[in-house]
Design a protein around this ligand. Structure first.
Ligand SMILES: C[S@@+](CC[C@H](N)C(=O)[O-])C[C@H]1O[C@@H](n2cnc3c(N)ncnc32)[C@H](O)[C@@H]1O
Length: 229
């Protein structure tokens, strides 16, 4: 598979994808949610519109709108090229074609861009980066992390993963991470190690079924909480 990226891409998914990736229930979406590594996803803007309480955190929020757009355009080229070359590595069911994928993602990211200035003013977009977050202990009920941890296993060490998950568990009662595959579509080589070490530290750790599969086999998320400590 030609699916190795040189850097961590700035690319955003839609609220519908988030709901399915993390199996978010009607009760979940009323919680105080942190979207960690939220990037240009439209989860924050759409949830806010629905009366939700979401704060997103990402290092790109320190950039200007035009700088973010530039990063998105760079990611678009790399991602669409990789998808065209590896079309059989994906499940074309909910998203039916590369063309539709591009349309869904670009629409989601445009909604983020349109909301960015207001979201910064309202402190819904907060600049910050793992493994240290600018939030107080247990500020959130739920922390979500989509397509950063495990996805970029080649770029981020086991220590970084552990420290980041422990940090998300410091600021939120429960942490969910999707996917468990890396960008090449293989199960992250870090998953087992991180799973065991978190358990050893007393965290409650569980792999749960998602109602989403786009990368073939990418249909599970990791759920971690401090309840076991
Ligand atoms: C592929 S995007 C995923 C965006 C969004 N979560 C989604 O799934 O649509 C990865 C994001 O991770 C962010 N990122 C990079 N380094 C980070 C760090 N140390 N802590 C938090 N986010 C980081 C990038 O800026 C980028 O927005």
């Amino acid at each position: 598979m030609e699916f190795k990226f040189d850097n961590i891409l700035v690319w955003g998914r839609s609220v519908e994808e988030y709901i399915q990736m993390f199996s978010l229930t009607v009760e979940d979406i009323r919680l105080r949610i942190l979207d960690c590594a939220g990037g240009p996803a439209n989860f924050n803007v759409e949830m806010t519109r629905r009366g939700g309480r979401v704060i997103s955190c990402d290092p790109i929020y320190k950039l200007s709108k035009s700088e973010i757009v530039h990063h998105i355009q760079d990611a678009e080229r790399q991602i669409m090229d990789a998808i065209q070359k590896n079309v059989d590595s994906f499940v074309w069911r909910d998203i039916q074609s590369p063309k539709q994928l591009r349309e869904i993602r670009i629409a989601a990211m445009q909604a983020f861009i349109d909301d960015f200035s207001l979201g910064i003013q309202e402190r819904r977009y907060v600049t910050g980066k793992l493994p240290i977050l600018p939030f107080v202990d247990q500020q959130f009920d739920l922390a979500l992390c989509s397509h950063f941890l495990f996805a970029y296993s080649e770029h981020l060490s086991e220590e970084f993963h552990l420290a980041s998950i422990v940090e998300m568990c410091r600021v939120a009662k429960e942490t969910r991470i999707f996917p468990l595959l890396d960008t090449s579509g293989k199960l992250s080589p870090l998953l087992q190690l991180v799973f065991k070490k978190l358990k050893k530290q007393g965290y409650a750790v569980e792999i749960r079924q998602a109602s989403y599969e786009f990368q073939k086999g990418g249909d599970k998320f990791l759920c971690v909480s401090r309840s076991g400590i």
